[in-house]
Every structure is written in structure tokens, then in C-alpha cells.
Design a protein around this ligand. Structure first.
Ligand SMILES: NC(=O)c1ccc[n+]([C@@H]2O[C@H](COP(=O)([O-])OP(=O)(O)OC[C@H]3O[C@@H](n4cnc5c(N)ncnc54)[C@H](O)[C@@H]3O)[C@@H](O)[C@H]2O)c1
Ligand SMILES: O=C(O)[C@@H]1CCCCN1
Length: 312
């Protein structure tokens, strides 16, 4: 009980965390979260305080998963990085507790967990909601999340074409040079999106970067950025015309500018689709608005720690 916490640095965390392990665990916990009769999973909406002097925010993300007795807290700082590209836009630390005593047992770098669990949840949305015949993947934004999304989407699905766009052309070109497969770089978001079957938005923009009139009917959008009530990645037309899925209705109602400011109705949580209580309307244009959840970090951190322990 009085032992010092173990510290796991990002390279130690990154090694054992595979998408094959992560996806079924995430599907299970998202399903449990969305069952109204389940008290197995406890996760409040993240509490966020502004870091006024630095255009940033600090989010606290506690979660408890009773059946496996995992008590976890992620602390994540995120910033608007319009000018200074040398500073990170997201920094995360994950704590695992001994649930019986309440002491911290593990402190881990949350970088890889945040990249991979977010991409894995977007991939789950795509599995459920993208058109049955999906040939063209388009990624808007070319930072860390773009890399993890590229990695899992190209692992899980077969696309004929992968396209990218970012605010700065050189960022998109660097991305294309840094991934193992062929990628088409576009200097215009509108052209990149034209005809795409699945579009991933992973920018730090606070204004729309994706407009409904560009989106092919029936396409699926995984919208990962814009996690403040006054930030947008998607315009009102897209939010009005698409069927909207979220990770958490409560989180979306408080944090998602795309939902709050457009007044769009949420059709379902991803967990409800996984549970079969709401349908996956694959034939319609769909948006999965991702905000990130503490339970996602909890299952990822538990996986990492269990694997690390068994390797000692
Ligand atoms: N939903 C979740 O669970 C979750 C988890 C982690 C991060 N995020 C969010 O995902 C987004 C991307 O995170 P990241 O770690 O890849 O960030 P990053 O800083 O590594 O990359 C951001 C990318 O957005 C581009 N960009 C910035 N401003 C832009 C603008 N105005 N228009 C178009 N492109 C612009 C940058 O050029 C860069 O390519 C952030 O908004 C972050 O908060 C969401
Ligand atoms: O759930 C998360 O980890 C992210 C961090 C950055 C802001 C949005 N949500």
C-alpha cells in the first residue's frame, strides 16, 4: 500500500499497446457506458479549467470500471497552437490507483494512449458507419492524430486512395513522406474531400474546416478536434444534414461546439450502436463527433500495465 508508484515513460507505454488488443476492450466499455441499467462503468463529463495565460485548458478525466476494478485518472492539457508550432498541442498523464486503498500505483505518460485510443474509437465508428464500399479516405489535419488515424485505418480497411490536407502544405507533405503507403497531398480541403467515402478531421482549428456542401452523400465523417463549446471543425450544413453519433451524449452537450452551436440533434452514442439499441445508418451521411472519454484511457492504461507487469 505504501509502495512508490511505478513510472512508465512513453516508449515503455507505446510498445505493448496494440490496436488488436485495444479495439475489443474499447467496444466492450463503450457498450457498457451506454447501457442505462449498468452501474459497472462510472465516468463523469470531464472537468476542464482554462489556463488563461497560455491559451490552454487542463482536463481531468476520472473513470472507474467495477468489473475489472480499474480506477484511473487522465490529466490532459491542450492548447490552441496557432502561432508556435514547436510546442505540443496536447500533453497527457495517466494515473492508475489501487481502488481498495486509493493510492496511486502507476503514473504513465499518456501520449501514446491518447493517440491510439482516439484513433481506435474513430476506427470503431468507421467499422459501424462508413459506406459498405469505401475506397477513398481523406484526412484533414496532419499532426499526431493524423498519424495514428492513418495507421489504424490502413491496418483495418483497404482503401484505393488516401488523401491529406493540412493548413500548411509543408505539414501535409511531411506527413505523406512519413507514412509507409502512398498518400495524395492536396492544397485545398475542398478538393481533398471531393468524392471521399470517409473523412477524418484531426485539426486544432476552432473554425469549420469541413463544409457539408463538399461531402459526398452517404460518406462517414469522424470529427476528432474541436473539443470546446465554442470551437468548430464542421459547418452547420453538415451538422444539420448528417446523422450525428457521439461517444457520450452528456459530454457532447457540454463540450462540442459543432453540436451546441449548430443545434444538431444527437442520434446515438457509439455504445448504443454496439449494443444494438440504436441503428447504424450506413446509407446516410454520418458524423461521429469524438470528444474522448476517461473510460477509453482506463482500458488502454490497464492493458499497458498488465502487459508491462507480465514482462517483468
Ligand atoms: N476526440 C478525442 O478524443 C481527442 C483526443 C486527442 C486529441 N484530440 C484533438 O484532435 C486534434 C488534433 O490533435 P493532434 O494531437 O493531432 O494535434 P497536432 O497539433 O499534432 O496537429 C494539429 C493539426 O491541425 C492543423 N491545424 C491547426 N490549425 C488549423 C486550422 N485552423 N485549419 C486547419 N488545420 C489546422 C495543424 O497544421 C496540424 O496539422 C486537436 O483538436 C485535439 O484537441 C481529440
Ligand atoms: O480525450 C482526450 O484525450 C482529448 C484531449 C484533448 C482535447 C480533447 N480530448
Amino acid at each position: 500500500m505504501t509502495e512508490q508508484p511505478v513510472f512508465l515513460s512513453n516508449d515503455v507505454v507505446a510498445r505493448p499497446l496494440s490496436y488488436d488488443d485495444l479495439i475489443p476492450r474499447l467496444e466492450e466499455v463503450l457498450g457498457k457506458f451506454s447501457r442505462s441499467d449498468s452501474s459497472d462503468v462510472v465516468q463523469p463529463v470531464r472537468s476542464v479549467i482554462p489556463i488563461k495565460n497560455h491559451s490552454g485548458f487542463l482536463g481531468m478525466m476520472p473513470a472507474y470500471i467495477a468489473h475489472e476494478d480499474t480506477l484511473c485518472m487522465k490529466m490532459v492539457a491542450f492548447y490552441r497552437r496557432e502561432e508556435n508550432l514547436n510546442l505540443p498541442s496536447t500533453q497527457a498523464t495517466v494515473l492508475l490507483f489501487n481502488p481498495e486503498y486509493g493510492n496511486v500505483t502507476v503514473v504513465m505518460d499518456g501520449t501514446d494512449i491518447t493517440h491510439k485510443r482516439t484513433a481506435a474509437v474513430s476506427a470503431i465508428s468507421a467499422k459501424l458507419l462508413m459506406p459498405a464500399q469505401s475506397d477513398v479516405l481523406c484526412i484533414l489535419g496532419c499532426g499526431h492524430q493524423a498519424f495514428s488515424h492513418y495507421e489504424i485505418f490502413t491496418q483495418l480497411f483497404s482503401f484505393k486512395e488516401v488523401r491529406v490536407w493540412s493548413r500548411r502544405l509543408e505539414t501535409a507533405e511531411r506527413f505523406a513522406a512519413g507514412v509507409p503507403g502512398p498518400v495524395k497531398v492536396f492544397s485545398s480541403a475542398k478538393e481533398a474531400v471531393h468524392g471521399a467515402d470517409i473523412i477524418v478531421t484531426v485539426t486544432t482549428s476552432s473554425e469549420p474546416v469541413l463544409f457539408g456542401e463538399w461531402v459526398k452523400p452517404g460518406a462517414h465523417v469522424a470529427a476528432v478536434g474541436a473539443c470546446r463549446p465554442d470551437w468548430r471543425e464542421l459547418d452547420d450544413v453538415l451538422m444539420r444534414d448528417a446523422v450525428i453519433y457521439v461517444d457520450s451524449r452528456d459530454g457532447a452537450a457540454v463540450e462540442s461546439g459543432d453540436i451546441i452551436l449548430s443545434g444538431a440533434d444527437v442520434f446515438a452514442e457509439l455504445g448504443e450502436v454496439l449494443n444494438g439499441t440504436r441503428p447504424a445508418l450506413r446509407n446516410k451521411t454520418t458524423v461521429f463527433k469524438s470528444l474522448g472519454m476517461g473510460i477509453q484511457d482506463a482500458v488502454a492504461a490497464k492493458l499497458v500495465f498488465d502487459k508491462w507487469k507480465s514482462s517483468q
